[in-house]
Design a protein around this ligand. Sequence first.
Ligand SMILES: *Cc1c(COP(=O)(O)O)cnc(C)c1O
Length: 419
Amino acid sequence: MNKYRDYDNYMKEYPTGDGYFGRYGGNYLEDPELNKAFNEYAEGYNTIAQSAQFINELRRIRRDFQGRPTPVYHCQNLSNLLGRTQIYLKREDLNHTGAHKLNHCMGEGLLAKFMGKKKLIAETGAGQHGVALATAAAYFGLECDIYMGEVDIAKQAPNVTRMKMLGANVIPVKFGLRTLKEAVDAAFVAYSKEYKDAIYCIGTAAGPHPFPLMVRDFQYVIGQEAREQFLEQTGHLPDQVVACVGGGSNSIGMFTPFLADPVELVGVEPLGRGPHLGDHASTLTYGREGVMHGFNSIMLADEEGEPAPVYSNASGLDYPAVGPEHAMLHDMGRVRYTTIDDEEAMEALFLLSRNEGIIPAIESSHALAHAIKVGRTGVTGSILVNLSGRGDKDMDYIVEHYGYGDEFLKKMEERRKER
Ligand SMILES: *Cc1c(COP(=O)(O)O)cnc(C)c1O
């Protein structure tokens, strides 16, 4: 299956009723209470989210609260600098709270409301998902428990402050390495005890069924808007559509509306410091099949099959697995997955800041860096990049590690000349 017309019925075919994308996905949780909770969740989603009442309410929220549609913007200065390639951005950085994550958090919050739940439960690593979910909880008048490793709480002070200001309970996780993995475990345990009154909200298009399906559906709005806006502005489709891939939520939302079009789809994984295990989080490029956090997908594992340590300068991208739908699209060959390292991403970040007046998130800069790389080969055509978030959250880290850009851009320029 790789001719575009084969994808006309894709959304109906995948996932299957029990949450499979080909061999990937499903629900591999062993705790019977958790399974009961997730089955009830899937049933609630399948019935409620199709109703006109739910769809209309979500549409209103997106327009009035989130500020959607977000624009598609033609980067004329950056395109002129590159020569022939025209670069366009889907501006998810202008979505309320500054990134795409709110798209699925508002959907999950609305579902909780329709299901009569009183509380939202989640884990967070860098705190971006926690802030988006705390925002949704405040909007819907729901309680919000965010599990976060003690180590991450110390590292991510501004996001902890935001969550608290939004009225969420930030619950420190004090066992193991006290980071994201333990926070996931703690949130699952809490959910298995509280599922009658609460729903669990994952931060990306991964996890057991129904999360990959549900998050894709809530993020679909990105690609749907972008496709229409791009056609209206240019009269044609882009040659390439590009997005960064952590767990895979912004990219799956961007890609799915283009699956049946003659458009090349490119997912960009973080190469971090290089290709050695532990130095990157390029799951589809270097990983293999395995079960983690209750679903089957491609993952980065050590020799015992445990999740391997991962690294990227973009904290939203350093996840040792990937959503199951991406694993399938990778095997089908419909999406091409490539890598960008820390420094290439930073060069893109500084170039966009200086030439267009937009400071992107380091995550999103990985996608942009791929477009710039293509532009430098001198090809004609147009590339639509999903700018998943804004860079405000990264300011202190950037200045400490890379300065304001002058020296860094010179260094990268010289390195290119040497090659
Ligand atoms: C969390 C995050 C990502 C990565 O998550 P996906 O689920 O892969 O989209 C990318 N960009 C930004 C700005 C983020 O906050």
